[in-house]
Design a protein around this ligand. Structure first.
Ligand code: NAD
Ligand code: ZN
Length: 384
């Protein structure tokens, strides 16, 4: 089969790989019909995620058609169209029982902090991902959800990660009716966080980025105000000035470890790196949000330490919540919002690229060329 493979930082290539096989009775094999490139894939592409092995296939955002199921998979049949959440989860451990599918304890022998994710290095379990024609789906009786007939593949593929993560970012912000919400990052995750903030009762939503084309898109897609942080020397001061001098009620970090905007953070977090990513945005959120406010972090950081102002979290009495999205938990609500016409996730897709041109797809998305927001890869069998 055709599959994207990693050759080293900034180098991905299309190669031939054997079609994956059932290895365990709870596995399924899925023929991919759509796979996205995610902002998280850029951390891999830039060589920032430990233990990203040459030859591995990325891709944790994919939908497809079940090709084959193992003997113990009762709920799926060949031919079913499925959303496959980006988290791999056993469904039975302490964490899965609590709905924390992103924190499953049984799927990643490499670590106790991080769960299992498709195509996301051996730090998250070493599973091959879905930027390929076929993918092996472990615990296929837990993660995959059949796609309702009225949801097309483009909307479905955004339900595997970007939309659920944006939704959970808003949910973890514990937004109350009338709140002002600042969202950092106008990539797919931030756009969905801003859009979903309204569902939770926000009265005002402001999105921050440095890419004007993304800010322009955000004004239309999420009906929010926008700020280009490159135009303001002090983001924290601006947050105070734009509210009532006290700061917004909720601040969301949808940027993560590769943030721009602070030289010290950038050098120590990305260039050298002495910390596990530039924590610029978490720092802005903590310092800018009002006392007693909420900070929600879905931007990805590495496994060790970062420079964040703990003293301000304590003295301002902030609530800080963070997680990998537990996609499966919110899927029924997310699908309902689409069916009710409140959101059309596929509106953010700007690029549809044949899987064969995956390297070009990465280049365009990574360099923010051609007003790129979200890239969908289409395998040859699904291209008509
Ligand atoms: P993306 O790369 O498309 O977007 C990131 C955006 O952040 C870019 O538009 C960039 O210009 C902007 N940015 C850079 N520095 C900034 C700053 N200081 N302030 C405001 N904006 C800034 O990525 P994406 O797909 O939207 O993902 C965003 C983050 O969410 C990534 O870190 C990704 O790894 C993470 N993520 C987390 C989860 C989860 O479950 N927690 C799931 C998916 C993605
Ligand atoms: Zn993703």
């Amino acid at each position: 089969m055709l599959a994207m493979t990693y050759r080293g930082p900034y180098r991905v290539r299309l190669t031939d790989k054997p079609i994956p096989e059932i290895e365990h009775p709870r596995d399924a094999i899925v023929r991919v019909t759509r796979a996205c490139i995610c902002g998280s894939d850029l951390h891999l592409y830039h060589g920032l995620v430990p233990d990203t092995r040459i030859g591995s296939t990325f891709g944790h955002e994919f939908v497809g058609i079940v090709e084959e199921v193992g003997a113990e998979v009762q709920n799926l049949r060949p031919g079913d169209r499925v959303i496959v959440p980006f988290n791999i989860a056993c469904g039975e451990c302490y964490f899965c029982q609590k709905g924390l599918f992103g924190n499953c304890h049984n799927v990643n022998p490499e670590a106790t902090a991080s769960g299992g994710i498709y195509g996301y290095s051996h730090t998250t379990g070493g599973y091959d991902g879905g930027q390929a024609e076929y993918v092996r789906v472990p615990f296929a009786d837990v993660g995959p959800v059949k796609i309702p007939d009225d949801i097309d593949d483009d909307n479905a593929v955004l339900c595997t990660d970007a939309y659920p993560t944006g939704y959970q970012a808003a949910e973890m912000g514990n937004i109350k009716r009338g709140d002002t919400v600042f969202v950092f990052g106008a990539g797919p995750v931030g756009l969905f966080a801003a859009k979903c903030a309204w569902f939770f009762g926000a009265a005002r939503v402001v999105i921050v980025d440095r890419q004007d084309y993304r800010l322009e898109f955000a004004r239309k897609f999420a009906q929010c105000e926008t700020v280009n942080f490159d135009e303001h020397p002090d983001m924290v001061l601006l947050m105070k000035k734009m509210t009532d001098g006290l700061g917004p009620d909720v601040a969301i970090d949808a940027v993560g470890c590769e943030a721009f905007g602070n030289h010290l953070q950038r050098i120590t977090g990305v260039k050298i790196p002495l910390q596990a990513g530039a924590a610029t945005v978490t720092q802005w959120c903590v310092n800018g949000v009002r006392k007693g406010g909420n900070v929600s972090v879905v931007g990805v950081y590495g496994p060790t330490v970062n420079m964040i102002p703990l003293g301000n979290i304590v003295n301002k009495g902030l609530t800080l919540r963070a997680n990998q999205a537990s996609v499966k938990r919110n899927l029924p609500r997310l699908i309902e919002h689409i069916q009710a016409g409140r959101i059309n996730p596929k509106d953010i897709i700007t690029h549809r690229i044949p899987l064969e041109e995956v390297a070009e797809g990465y280049r365009i998305f990574a360099q923010r060329l051609d007003n790129c927001i979200k890239t969908v890869l289409i395998p040859p069998s699904a291209s008509h």
